[in-house]
Ligand binder design. Structure first.
Ligand SMILES: [Zn+2]
Length: 97
């Protein structure tokens, strides 16, 4: 499948997903402020893509230097606990130990 077709397919899937929240096809006159909706969605997307970038950077850092520990919850590289993904502080906070 070409990238263009994959993109079109994903847009169609989003429209189908929208039908679960709204019973019919999209009504452009349903009272929503489309500009406001767009700005809110774009702001959310900036949060999501930034979180993804941080996640990707941390994963890359771990792969490039497996001996340097970095907690998946807080990013602290200070001390490792029983859980190989968490620092000692996050481990204590989560498991109340
Ligand atoms: Zn931590």
């Amino acid at each position: 499948m070409t990238y263009n077709k994959q993109i079109i397919k994903r847009i169609e899937e989003r429209l189908e997903h929208g039908k679960k929240e709204y019973p019919d096809d999209l009504n452009v006159h349903d009272g929503r402020n489309w500009l406001k909706e767009t700005v809110e969605e774009l702001l959310d997307s900036l949060v999501y893509v930034t979180a993804f970038a941080i996640q990707l950077e941390e994963t890359t850092r771990r792969k490039n230097n497996p001996h340097r520990f970095s907690c998946v919850k807080c990013g602290n590289g200070f001390a490792q606990a029983k859980d190989s993904e968490l620092c000692i502080y996050c481990y204590k906070k989560i498991y109340n130990t």
